[in-house]
Design a binder for this molecule. Structure first.
Ligand SMILES: [Zn+2]
Length: 122
């Protein structure tokens, strides 16, 4: 697959390609118990729209609560890269700040999703 964006963790051990034909849309934060600590700006992508091109063995998996979502992070630098969504397992969410050249603090106002009342908990 051809990727539109290249992304990496902080230390560079993990690199991944993203296919975002519409660019960066539907950016959000989330205030669930994990995201409020993680603080990342995320958006969604199809499962086949993301491919780890380097350092797959450097990714660690973190799961909690219902153990449905899969949260991946670089085990060397600790940076969250992407996660398989609980509300839609056909999608990944990913850390927008991992994209080369992106500073999420310059992207304007970003809505906070109500992760306390997660759709899968209602
Ligand atoms: Zn890293």
């Amino acid at each position: 697959m051809q990727y539109t964006h290249k992304a990496r963790c902080h230390c560079g051990a993990v690199e991944f390609g993203l296919y975002l034909p519409s660019g960066l849309v539907d950016l959000r934060r989330c205030d669930c118990s994990m995201c409020r600590k993680r603080g990342a700006v995320v958006t969604s992508i199809a499962l086949n729209g993301i491919s780890v091109t380097k350092g797959e063995d450097k990714l660690s998996l973190y799961q909690f609560n219902t153990f449905t979502a899969k949260h991946y992070f670089c085990r060397l630098c600790g940076i969250y890269t992407h996660h398989q969504s609980r509300s839609n397992p056909q999608q990944y969410g990913f850390n927008v700040a991992c994209i080369e050249g992106i500073n999420p603090y310059t992207l304007g106002e970003i809505p906070v999703m109500d992760g306390i009342n997660h759709p899968a908990d209602r």
